[in-house]
Design a protein around this ligand. Structure first.
Ligand code: COA
Length: 192
């Protein structure tokens, strides 16, 4: 499932198979498809990615993803059903004390929505976060009116917490916290 680790402990090369999906590393060959997936009003409205999202933006995004990976902050994988064609992205960022928590984020291209791609990707990477990365907690941060993302959270088995909504640079809306019920300790201990 994993290859060499980066110095800070995130595997350098990941491929996750299961639930009819293959989550794999982005490559430079994917840049035109990234434009197709992310240059979208819903992505612009609900995520930190702004439209127009052109090839230059895709280049910058991939560079930043590689940097964040090397630094051990986050991993970003293409969501595919065949190991090749990217249909969206699932992102895992370290959170909390000692980076033992994971926050997930996701986007699915407009042509590929409503096929449970986001739900399955969240379920697959949540299992990976607990079982392989030994995370203590997995959370989502979702704007209240983002009905699609809220439905994904519910569908993937997450529960809305009563934590105060947070505001974050790049996000146009306050974000509510959802926790996965398998976390090892009370959510309040490690959510930061
Ligand atoms: C949110 C998003 C990733 C959902 O992806 P998806 O692959 O279409 O979601 P799924 O097919 O897994 O749908 C899961 C559930 O959400 C529901 N759903 C999906 N889109 C919906 C919508 N626009 N409105 C209401 N419910 C919706 C599905 O019916 C399904 O419900 P069910 O489990 O009861 O059958 C996608 O709409 C997207 O990329 N949006 C823009 C980016 C974004 O909002 N990212 C999340 C930021 S927190």
């Amino acid at each position: 499932m994993t290859a060499d680790n980066t110095p800070t402990g995130l595997p350098a090369d990941i491929r996750l198979d299961g639930l009819g999906l293959v989550l794999r590393e982005w490559t430079a060959d994917d840049l035109p498809v990234m434009v197709e997936l992310f240059d979208d009003p819903q992505v612009d409205h609900w995520t930190p990615l702004r439209s127009p999202f052109d090839l230059a933006a895709a280049h910058a995004y991939l560079d930043k993803a590689h940097h964040n990976r090397i630094e051990g902050h986050r991993l970003q994988l293409a969501i595919t059903t065949d190991g090749y064609e990217p249909k969206g992205e699932i992102l895992l960022a370290r959170t909390g004390d000692h980076g033992r928590g994971a926050e997930l984020a996701y986007a699915v291209g407009p042509r590929h929505r409503r096929q449970r791609l986001a739900t399955r990707a969240v379920q697959l990477i949540t299992t990976y976060a607990y079982d392989v990365l030994a995370m203590k907690q997995v959370i989502l941060r979702i704007a209240h009116h983002n009905q699609a993302s809220t439905a994904v959270a519910r569908s993937a088995g997450f529960e809305l917490t009563d934590s105060e909504p947070i505001t974050r640079e790049g996000s146009l809306h306050p974000l509510h916290t959802w926790r996965h019920p398998d976390d090892a300790q009370a959510a309040a201990d490690t959510i930061s």
